[in-house]
Design a protein around this ligand. Structure first.
Ligand code: FO1
Length: 308
């Protein structure tokens, strides 16, 4: 029986989910992860958002960066650099082990969702983590004349470009991974984690069968705003929203999700937006949404689980 379905991007989502697994039995949680950020480097398939969630729930994430494995070393990357390869994507030695095994499984015929389930099992992750699709969907960022792969925009160029459009290549033909729409249909509650709406959640929503299942679901859809006081907690969400014509605020987040959302949890710093959001027909809970510790994440997860 599925209790909760969580739509998730990377670091913000993972922090929230670390709290959620303390509030809801992990076996009742299905996490639908963004794979629009996936990238192939040195012949290896890398799924950064799935890995961030896996490492966080396995208790091995680098808590300072929010991604990668704690205490990792970079000997392999250093050698790759010496061999003349680009090394802008900072893959640690332990992190690389995951990409080697994922790629091996994919080559042997596993789907990405099967490989992810295996990796979760190996790492002791109890919640069910499913990539949004087993088909290739790739987020491309348009910045004026430039069309950049997501990680090129995000890591290589350090989000310096002004984003004018975002496309999800392959989304039209992509099917949800097995279990995604079934979990949405059965869910008692659906949570949109505090992730970048345009770069992390929109790729999931770009798969029409997922969007349809969410719209048809009887379960309430609740969101947590990743924008606090007009600023993204991490990453470029505020700038991307502004350059794409959305108000970079908790109100802008609520407006972006629109009819999909029944209830949004916003920060105390954004109390001035409460009425404006309610006028959109969306319920609002105002609380401290900052997650500086596991206790903060647990407290926030409880509030999301109690919101009507
Ligand atoms: N983010 C960075 O800002 N710089 C990196 O070099 C980097 C490497 C990296 C390696 C493995 C991994 O799983 C994630 C990594 N990330 C890195 C994070 C990642 O690119 C983004 O946070 C997500 O794609 C956006 O959610």
């Amino acid at each position: 029986m599925v209790g909760v379905v969580a739509l998730a991007g990377g670091v913000g989502a993972a922090k929230f989910l670390r709290g959620l697994v303390e509030v809801v039995p992990p076996g009742k949680i299905v996490i639908v992860g963004n794979v629009g950020d996936d990238v192939e480097l040195y012949g290896l398939h890398i799924s950064p958002d799935l890995d961030i969630i896996m490492y966080t729930l396995a208790g091995i994430v680098d808590e300072v960066k929010g991604w990668g494995v704690a205490g990792d070393t970079f000997n392999c990357l250093e050698m790759l650099g010496r061999l003349g390869f680009e090394t802008w994507f900072k893959l640690g030695d332990r992190d690389l082990a995951i990409h080697v095994i994922r790629t091996k499984m994919l080559r042997e015929g596993y789907t990405l969702s099967q490989a992810t389930a295996q990796l979760c099992k190996m790492l002791g992750v109890k919640a069910k983590l499913i990539p949004m699709s087993d088909d290739d969907v790739r987020t491309k960022v348009q910045a004026g004349e430039l069309l950049l792969d997501f990680q090129e925009y995000f890591v290589k160029r350090g989000t310096m470009d002004k984003v004018t459009n975002v496309v999800f290549e392959g989304a039209e033909k992509a099917k949800p991974a097995p279990g995604v729409t079934e979990a949405i249909d059965e869910a008692e509650r659906i949570i949109i984690c505090p992730s970048n709406p345009i770069l992390s959640i929109a790729p999931i929503l770009s798969i029409s069968a997922i969007r349809k299942a969410l719209m048809a679901s009887k379960a309430p859809v609740l969101g947590v705003s990743p924008i606090v006081g007009g600023k993204a907690l991490k990453g470029p969400a505020d700038r991307v929203m502004a350059s794409m014509g959305f108000e970079p605020s908790a109100y802008g987040v609520a407006k972006f999700y629109g009819k999909l959302l029944k209830h949004i949890i916003i920060d105390e710093a954004d109390i001035a937006h409460k009425k404006r959001i309610e006028n959109l027909g969306i319920k609002v809970t105002v609380t401290n949404t900052l997650m500086k510790s596991i206790e903060d994440a647990v407290r926030l997860a409880k509030i999301v689980m109690e919101a009507e």
